[in-house]
Design a protein around this ligand. Structure first.
Ligand code: ADP
Length: 548
């Protein structure tokens, strides 16, 4: 997935939409750029103003990363326009032309270097990506500031001696904003994915705790009247580090940006003029480095966990298939003996009865033996059932909402390939007591069947829904699709083993799923009530009164 795709996770727009998106992005960029440039030049912000944190290059970078390098002339044109509109008619044309051309060129190189490191579907995937992002950002910020200083030197407006100070201050201010803005904006789709992955109550709680953490640290700084003392602002690290450790990179990036904006706004609002610009800039950089690095390490850990769980689910599935195969052979082997004996006894009884001179006791004895063999065969089957469905259960509290979201994620690729949308509607429901792996197996079976059924529809038309609901003492999970549904004559034998309509189907999925749900104290059924599509429902008894 390339960067622009990140902005259209919902559906793929056609050429017209593409044009509208690009135009909107360019207009938005120009408006924001002009507004901030005006703030910068007019000194509407007291204190160090935008020298502290200059978002202008970061905006250009986001534009090029999100909309492609073909937008490279835009920062050049908008920069020129802004110089003229905000700064008034310049004395000469050479300096603004040179300065803006150099800045736009540097931005383009920056964007070109960064683009290959951008996300697949999780912004700045891993630690290596983020380390590369930080390194490239530092180099390019230095280059940008150097180039910005080059133009006035070339045109004689700045003595070379002033260059070092200017480069240091400008590059730190640019860099701080790049590290704050670029990962936060580019990571919005990944942040949304993360939101979909966690329970809404957990997400809301974390957002509330982060915001109050940030607010409390600002209030503490305020009550100490320490607005101009950079070291007091280190209190703001706590909420940022906390959210990074809990939710990973995409959320950490947004938290870093919010903390930076809070600091810049506080300094701008209350700054007394005594401010130590360099110390504040170091703070802005440190909070960005810390948040991004912790966040990416945590995202890496989340990824590893998901991959492990996916592997476990696949292993469990393979295990089930192997067990089912072995079970089939075992059943054939174990049942053939009683069947042969039954055949012998019933045959003998029939011959006795046919001969007319039947010894009644002999017939009764023969039938009793056949009956005993029937019971033995029944017992063998029962024991097999116990072995597969209830054998090695490991019962824990299971949060069905989280499980449903995990499975939707694990099967997301299959769904996309089949052109099917996968949706989870999981309001907070009580947890259940069950074997997690077994219930996961059931959900995977039902959702796989639903995706296969939806694949019959034209691409993009079918939606598979996993819906959770609390039903009295039970928790209900329904898997609904819009496929061809199940004909009434097939519905009766749906849960029989080896019933399949698929060329490569085993016809064991639904049978095993029902066994597993019943083994966990619940029930599973097919609900033909709706028009079109199929709906499978299972319910499990809730665990105590605790709501997860
Ligand atoms: P398999 O998928 O290996 O065939 P299952 O036991 O999972 O075994 O399913 C048995 C049969 O039930 C399938 O072959 C299919 O005909 C039918 N079936 C199951 N789920 C659906 C569904 N969501 N829509 C339509 N038919 C379904």
């Amino acid at each position: 997935m390339t960067a622009p795709d990140l902005w259209r996770l919902r559906g793929s727009p056609g050429a017209r939409d593409e044009f509208v998106i690009k135009t909107t992005a360019v207009v938005l960029y120009a408006a924001v750029y002009l507004a901030f440039d005006w703030l910068r030049v007019s000194h509407a912000l007291p204190g160090p103003g935008l020298a502290l944190w200059n978002p202008l290059p970061a905006f250009g970078l986001v534009l090029l990363l999100a909309q492609g390098l073909r937008c490279a002339p835009v920062p050049f044109v908008v920069g020129l326009l802004s110089d003229w509109a905000v700064g008034g008619a310049p004395a000469g044309i050479a300096e603004p032309l040179l300065a803006n051309a150099l800045a736009a060129a540097a931005l383009t190189v920056f964007a070109a270097l960064l683009r290959p490191n951008l996300p697949d579907d999780d912004a700045f995937g891993n630690l290596a990506d983020i380390a590369r992002f930080l390194a490239i950002s530092i180099l390019v910020a230095l280059a940008l500031a150097g180039l910005a200083a080059a133009a006035p030197i070339v045109t004689g407006a700045l003595p070379p001696a002033g260059v070092l100070v200017a480069v240091r201050q400008v590059s730190l201010g640019d860099l701080a904003a790049v590290l704050g803005l670029v990962p936060a904006i580019m990571g919005i789709p990944a942040a949304r994915l993360r939101w979909n992955k966690i329970a809404p109550s957990t997400g809301l709680r974390d957002i509330a705790l982060f915001s109050s953490g940030l607010a409390v640290s600002l209030v503490v700084i305020g009550t100490m009247e320490a607005y101009s003392e950079p070291h007091f602002f280190y209190l703001m690290f706590l909420p940022v580090v906390w959210i990074a450790a809990r939710q990973g990179l995409a959320w950490a990036a947004i938290a870093v940006l919010l903390a930076q904006v809070a600091l810049v706004a506080t300094v701008a609002r209350f700054g007394s003029g005594r401010e130590d610009v360099l110390a504040f800039q170091i703070f802005l950089l440190t909070i960005a480095f810390t948040g991004l690095i912790i966040g990416s390490a945590v995202t890496e850990r989340h990824r590893a966990e998901t991959a492990l769980r996916r592997q476990q689910a696949e292993l469990a599935r393979m295990g089930r298939i192997t067990t089912a195969g072995a079970l089939g052979l075992a059943v054939v082997h174990q049942i053939s003996q009683p069947l042969a004996t039954i055949a012998t006894y019933t045959h003998a009884s029939r011959r006795l009865l046919q001969s007319g001179s039947a010894d009644r006791d002999l017939v009764v004895e023969s039938m009793a033996k056949a009956e005993a063999e029937v019971q033995r065969a029944g017992l063998i089957i029962e024991r097999m059932r116990e072995f597969t469905a209830r054998g090695k259960k490991s019962v824990t509290a299971v949060n069905l909402g989280a499980l449903a979201r995990e499975i939707a994620e694990a099967l997301g690729d299959d769904a996309r390939r089949a052109g099917v949308r996968l949706r989870v509607a999981a309001p907070p429901v009580p947890s259940v007591t069950a074997d997690r792996i077994q219930i996961e197996q059931v959900l995977v079976n039902l959702v796989r069947n639903a995706i296969e059924a939806g694949a019959a529809l034209p691409t993009g038309k079918a939606t598979v829904r996993i819906m959770l609901a609390s039903r009295g003492e039970e928790v209900e999970v329904a898997v609904e699709d819009q496929g061809p549904g199940i004909p009434p004559e097939a519905a009766a034998s749906l849960f029989e083993p080896f019933e399949t309509s698929k060329a490569n189907g085993m016809g064991l999925g639904l049978w095993l799923s029902r066994e597993l749900v019943e083994g966990n104290g619940g029930r599973l059924w097919y609900d033909p009530g709706r028009k079109g599509g199929a709906r499978f429902v299972f319910r499990l008894p809730r665990r105590g009164q605790d709501v997860l």
